[in-house]
Design a protein around this ligand. Structure first.
Ligand SMILES: [Zn+2]
Length: 434
């Protein structure tokens, strides 16, 4: 038998029950006491209501990553990792698509609306705004938490949260504030500087408890309060530098060093903090852990590094012994629901296809999981995969191994609606044994 995580089960009225073992799931299916509610990931639905079933609250644990995030469902009392998944985000894809759109719009406006007044002045970003590529990472995780809460009894959440909020500092309205104000932004700026300059004076490199925030280009000479103009300095260095710029003081290299962003950290922190705020709004208690705590937990338990294992190790609540040998994480990749663009454009930004047609063809939409049985011909056989619809009614099916082209809709049966996510390996692993 393949190693497999537990299987999620709901009762007839869709109340989440304790996840069962694959063997038990197979018995339930064979004896027709349960049916398949969803294939990817596998969720069973019982054919009877179980209002008095005993459930123990489980904990969903998250390790948000830039390209892949880990999710683990852990039973705190037994230490068992009940279910796990790794979600591949599409941040880079979104960034590329928006870059392409921006270029096309810019070129169009230069051609057609040169005379129009600049509209930048009346654009304002709402509070908590995140770039779409980052936003999608948060949404991916929130979606899966919402789904898991429908399929298994969830009592608490744990999330890995980084140390400081660089997004707040890079937001121009906040970085324009004086750092002495003692505001949250000020504290975050200080935490960032301490991290960036490793709790040492930027000039003499001495560690000190009394570091002062210092301007590379002094304010009196037009220097700004932006984070890229700030370093930490001890009192002696600060006094001896006086009204000189860092360059005049003999530290020209610090200018570039201060400007270099902690870019990877910045991306992750913005996403994580936003996720944290939205998890708190879910009403469940949220435990936060640091990256340091996760590494420590992994080291003392001598576990390998993987996104889903890191997720299971987040936070102080991690059980002393984690049982995870049986777990096979579900590989899940975020896809788009459908193309938002009205037509395809050429490299030069001109339309190169007709306007898109309706997305539903003969009852199918691109992304639906289908089973295909072709009775005769050179494509005869049984396939399971994701469908890509075409207006004329012959579809392409992406299976686990390859793509089968030109399959008539008459041979297709939908197993599961497309929901914006797919198996990274394509197709579907878990068909019932019949
Ligand atoms: Zn110093």
């Amino acid at each position: 038998m393949k190693r497999m995580s537990r299987i999620l089960v709901v009762d007839q009225e869709r109340r989440p029950l304790m996840p069962c073992t694959p063997a038990r799931g197979r018995i339930l299916l064979k004896s027709r006491k349960a049916a398949i509610l969803r294939r990817y990931p596998l969720v069973l639905i019982l054919k009877t209501p179980r209002p008095d079933a005993q459930v123990q609250p489980l904990r969903i644990k998250l390790d948000p990553g830039a390209t892949t995030s880990g999710i683990a469902v852990v039973n705190d009392t037994t230490g068992e990792v009940v279910w796990a998944a790794e979600i591949a985000h599409r941040g880079l894809e979104i960034r590329k698509a928006l870059g392409k759109r921006r270029a096309a719009r810019r070129s169009r406006r230069q051609r057609k609306t040169r005379y129009r007044a600049c509209r930048i002045a009346n654009r304002r970003r709402p509070r908590g705004w995140l770039p779409p590529s980052l936003r999608s990472r948060v949404q991916n995780l929130l979606t899966w938490i919402m789904r898991l809460r429908r399929w298994c009894p969830v009592g608490t959440l744990s999330q890995e949260l980084a140390r400081f909020d660089t997004q707040a500092m890079q937001n121009p309205t906040i970085s324009g504030l004086r750092y002495q104000q003692g505001s949250l932004a000020g504290y975050e700026m200080r935490a960032y500087l301490l991290e960036k300059w490793q709790r040492r004076c930027a000039y003499c490199q001495q560690p000190s408890t009394k570091l002062q925030v210092e301007h590379l280009i002094p304010r009196s000479r037009g220097g700004s309060d932006r984070i890229s103009n700030l370093v930490l300095a001890c009192e002696n260095c600060n006094i001896s530098k006086g009204n000189r710029t860092a360059e005049e003081f003999g530290f020209a290299h610090l200018m570039a060093q201060a400007k270099a962003p902690l870019s990877g950290a910045a991306v992750m922190n913005a996403t994580r903090w936003q996720l944290y705020r939205e998890l708190q709004a879910s009403g469940l208690p949220v435990e936060v852990g640091t990256g340091g705590r996760t590494s420590y937990n992994r080291a003392i338990r001598q576990l390998p590094k993987a996104h889903w294992i890191d997720a299971a190790l987040v936070g102080a609540s991690t059980p002393d012994h984690l049982y995870l040998q049986h777990v096979r994480p579900w590989p899940i990749a975020a896809t788009r629901w459908q193309r938002r663009q009205m037509c395809l454009i050429s490299e030069e930004g001109f339309p190169r296809s007709r306007a898109k047609k309706q997305s539903r063809v003969k009852g199918f939409r691109t992304g639906d999981l289908v089973q295909v049985i072709v009775p005769t011909g050179d494509k005869a056989g049984r396939y399971v995969g994701r469908v890509a619809v075409r207006a004329r009614g012959s579809f392409n099916i992406t299976t686990k191994r390859d793509m089968v082209k030109d399959i008539s809709h008459r041979y297709c049966r939908r197993l599961q609606d497309g929901d914006g996510y797919t198996n990274t390996k394509g197709g579907c692993d878990f068909l019932p044994h019949s």
